[in-house]
Design a protein around this ligand. Structure first.
Ligand code: MD3
Ligand code: FE
Length: 212
């Protein structure tokens, strides 16, 4: 069942069935091919992210959302499917144990991150959204160490949590703007039955608060 890690931050281990994980992996493989292919995001100061990312609904390029993948191939990103809106609403109902928790939740973008055994994500805040609606995170494949920090600094205090295949994590309320990162992926820990032979997939749904 759900475990509250901090105010509004809820971990639900093993929420996704293996069948659901396989369906998500298939959908993500499809999005990774296009219209805007998955890539290592280039940062404005010259860095390149070790994580590979593909976006649907809106395209995140550091540090703004656009409809077209201007830093990839200029294509308009794939539509955010309604079945994923419903999945996001169901995630809030489960995490907050409240049948109406998803009623006002209409996510319009997802960032889909793929990690190989070396990939990491440094401590950061997600602040490009013009909404304080929760972020819904789904993990598939190899287990990672997820570092959940505080809203003031990218350093301590933080809590390290393992996120395994099928886990749901919801970040709402005061946790929405906390620093967080992925310092390590434990290569080979995932069950290939989830659809991924190696590496880790993470899907984060958000409400951008943008229109157009
Ligand atoms: C807490 N992704 O895409 S998911 C990201 O596993 C991102 O790929 C990580 O951080 C990953 O921005 C972590 C958990 C997560 C996602 C968004 C959050 C935690 C969050 C936004 C606010 C607070
Ligand atoms: Fe993030």
């Amino acid at each position: 069942g759900p475990r509250e890690i901090a105010a509004g931050a809820v971990h639900v281990p093993g929420w996704l069935s293996t069948a659901r994980q396989r369906e998500l992996v298939t959908a993500c493989r499809d999005w990774a091919r296009g219209p805007a292919p998955i890539r290592h995001t280039k940062l404005p100061r010259g860095g390149v992210m070790s994580v590979q990312t593909v976006c649907i609904g809106w395209h995140w390029q550091p540090y703004a959302y656009t409809r077209t993948a201007d830093d990839v191939n200029g294509a308009r990103v794939a539509e955010f499917p309604y079945w994923m809106v419903e999945l996001g609403r169901g995630a809030l109902v489960e995490a907050y144990q409240d049948p109406s928790a998803g009623d006002d939740y209409t996510p319009d973008t997802a960032l889909i991150n793929f990690y190989d055994g070396q990939a990491k994500l440094g401590m950061h805040q997600d602040k490009e959204e013009r909404s304080d609606a929760p972020v819904v995170s789904l993990s598939i494949g190899d287990t990672c160490v997820f570092r959940f920090g505080n809203t003031e600094t990218r350093t301590k205090p933080y809590t390290d949590i393992e996120l395994a295949s099928g886990d749901l994590f919801v970040f709402g309320g005061p946790s929405r703007f906390a620093y967080h990162g992925v310092p390590k992926v434990r290569l080979g820990t995932g069950d290939p039955a989830c659809g991924l032979a190696g590496g880790r997939l993470n899907i984060t749904m958000r409400m951008t608060g943008l229109d157009g």
